[in-house]
Structure formats: structure tokens, C-alpha cells
Design a protein around this ligand. Structure first.
Ligand code: ZN
Length: 116
């Protein structure tokens, strides 16, 4: 797995690897009031679900952008959605059940396709 992919994975799914994380950080960072005062609106957030361990998560708009970049890296640009509303991200393996997985296996799925 190349470094770029590892970095994306860490940013997107928050894999904790403190030493590497510190190397990536170019801080100290300061909060921006424009961001802090912007409401956390529903379309900015997409839920994720790991089919292997059953863990649910939330991915921010920024995380989604990173996932889209990953799709481009994988040559799966056609899976990039214009509007993520009504979708979630289904993971086959996630950092909770397997932090060392070689590749991020995920896809956007329509929530309406999910059976109760
Ligand atoms: Zn999992």
C-alpha cells in the first residue's frame, strides 16, 4: 500500500497511528470561526457501516472527498456520486476490525436498498 493511500485512509477513517500522524501534522492548527459557526447539516455527513464487524460510523464531507479521491486512485471514478443524499458507505473491512488491511474496500450504497 503506498503512502498516499495510507494517508487517505488515516484521514478518512481516523486510524490512530500516533507516530505517523505526528509526522503528517503540520500544526499547530487553529480553529476557524467560519467553520465553527456553520451548522452541521445532514447532507454533509454520510454514515458508514462495516459488513465485517457491524460497526457504524459517520464520515464528514471532507472524508467523503477523500474517499472520492481514493476511488479515482482505484480507477473507479464512475462510482463517485454527485449527491450523497440517501446513500451510505458500506465497508468490507474497517480499521475497527482490521487496522492493517491492505486496501480500503468500500462502496456507496443507497440506503433505500437496505432491507430491515
Ligand atoms: Zn469492521
Amino acid at each position: 500500500m503506498d503512502e498516499k493511500e495510507k494517508e487517505f485512509k488515516r484521514k478518512v477513517l481516523g486510524v490512530v497511528d500516533t507516530e505517523k500522524e505526528m509526522q503528517l501534522m503540520q500544526g499547530p492548527f487553529r480553529p476557524g470561526s467560519a467553520i465553527l459557526t456553520t451548522p452541521f447539516s445532514e447532507p454533509d455527513v454520510i454514515k458508514s457501516f462495516c459488513t465485517r464487524c457491524g460497526d457504524y460510523g459517520l464520515i464528514t464531507a471532507r472524508g467523503v472527498a477523500l474517499l472520492e479521491m481514493l476511488l479515482e486512485m482505484y480507477g473507479r471514478e464512475d462510482e463517485i456520486l454527485e449527491n450523497i443524499d440517501g446513500y451510505f458507505i458500506e465497508l468490507e473491512i474497517c480499521p475497527v476490525c482490521n487496522p492493517e488491511n491492505e486496501k480500503m474496500l468500500f462502496r456507496f450504497r443507497k440506503i433505500s436498498e437496505v432491507e430491515d
